[in-house]
Ligand binder design. Structure first.
Ligand code: ASP
Ligand code: MG
Length: 408
């Protein structure tokens, strides 16, 4: 039995009218004989609204309660969509993450899926029902509701696609696919026909907001083809994220990603001796602060500086940890900065060809953009720049690497 997973993001289910349109779309698909698992996000800005509501109750809301609260957003959508489908004569049932058998660890707010028990979903599919699963949530082994972090419904969708062995996972969103750069700031950006998992992962983790990075990771691991489509423009082909890249190979930079805001922390004057990095980054990891770029300076007179970047919302937590270990590290001083952003060029073609870094740096230099830090992977080069230069940098790099030109 061909089974597909379709995920509809917050903008696709923003109102009752939107939800009815989604129901129509699903109903058409059902009449073609497909067996469908649907994953939904919370309606429009519901998650933001729920966050605000919580903050109006408490400066520091209890994480367990927070997850129960946030999970209700997607639950609402799942029930409404089920009602709409049933009205169209399509047999459908909504399930919360817990009911769908999505088991996670117990890290509230950024839980990871440990297992999916598909018995209930299988049972409902057998009955010929459309199964609608509330995205972005699961249940811990202690039966507490957990959520996956912002954008986490993508992760629900791809993980379910892997678990039920779906032929494809379709992600419906408000843009026509994965773009060469963010079209909101780069007018010549165009949707890609296809992109590899690795490239997409680098794009997602360095700022392309179209997909949750962990969803792409799971897609790669289980080889789930992911089609990113516009829910508003039925004619657009969308972007296929998959293993085999056949087209567009000639264009060696696949995309330019950016982050508008990152924070930087420098631990100055630490003795250059074994164990410094582990005593700094170990406690940060224990506090669930995820660190991006790390630079350790070459030491001068046996003293070195350690600099790393983090998401701005993690700065308070990071500074708390760093101040706690400052004494034992023997560090002189801790400096932080928040008005920074990043720009990255990404493409598997870069792995084997030199010269991309030089061309990137030349472009930034010619546009009078100072590079604060640099980090690279096999297929990515990221520069940390001042936040107010990020958009200029994206546009300049997009044209240098000819991403506006559609490859033959
Ligand atoms: N509703 C959650 C959010 O807004 C999860 C999602 O939409 O994927 O981040
Ligand atoms: Mg999303």
């Amino acid at each position: 039995m061909a089974c597909i997973v379709q995920k509809f993001g917050g903008s696709s289910v923003a109102s009752a009218e939107h939800i009815k349109n989604v129901a129509d779309r699903i109903s058409n698909r059902v009449s073609q004989g497909d067996s469908i698992v649907v994953v939904v996000s919370a309606m429009g800005d519901t998650t933001d609204d729920l966050n605000r509501l919580a903050l109006s109750m408490s400066q520091d809301p209890n994480p367990r309660e927070m997850d129960v609260l946030l999970s209700t957003g997607e639950t609402i959508t799942s029930t409404l969509l089920s009602m709409a489908l049933n009205d169209l004569g399509v047999d459908a049932i909504s399930l919360s993450g817990a009911q769908a058998g999505i088991i996670t660890d117990d890290v509230f707010g950024r839980a990871r899926i440990s297992e999916i028990k598909t018995d209930r979903i299988d049972f409902e599919l057998e009955k010929g029902r459309v199964v609608i699963v509330a995205g972005f949530q699961g249940i811990s082994s202690d039966f507490d509701v957990t959520t996956f972090g912002r954008g986490g419904s993508d992760t629900t969708a791809v993980a379910l696609a892997a678990a039920v062995d779906a032929s494809q996972c379709e992600i419906y969103t408000d843009v026509a696919g994965v773009y060469t750069a963010d079209p909101r700031i780069c007018s010549s950006a165009r949707p890609l026909q296809e992109i590899g998992y690795e490239e997409m992962l680098e794009m997602a983790s360095t700022g392309a907001r179209v997909m949750h990075a962990r969803a792409v990771e799971i897609g790669e691991l289980y080889d789930v083809p992911i089609l990113v489509l516009s829910s508003f423009n039925e004619d657009a082909d969308g972007t296929l994220i998959h293993r085999e890249i056949t087209m567009e190979q000639g264009n060696k930079v696949r995309g330019v990603a950016h982050q508008d805001k990152v924070a930087k922390v420098t631990v100055r004057g630490v003795p250059d001796q074994p164990g410094i990095a582990v005593h700094l980054f170990g406690p940060l990891a224990a506090a669930n602060v995820s660190v991006d770029t790390i630079v350790q300076n070459a030491s001068v007179e046996k003293l070195t500086d350690m600099t790393f970047t983090i998401a701005p919302e993690d700065l308070t937590a990071a500074l708390k940890v760093v101040n706690e270990v400052k004494l034992s590290l023997g560090a002189m001083e801790i400096i932080s900065e928040i008005d920074l952003g990043t720009v990255s060029i990404i493409g598997t073609g870069m792995a084997s060809a030199p010269g991309f870094a030089a061309l990137m740096f030349k472009t930034l230099y010619e546009n009078n953009i100072n590079i604060e830090m640099i980090s690279t992977s096999d297929i990515r080069i990221t520069c940390v720049v001042k936040a107010d230069k990020v958009h200029d940098a994206v546009n300049a790099l997009h044209s240098t690497f000819e991403l506006d030109v559609v490859p033959e």
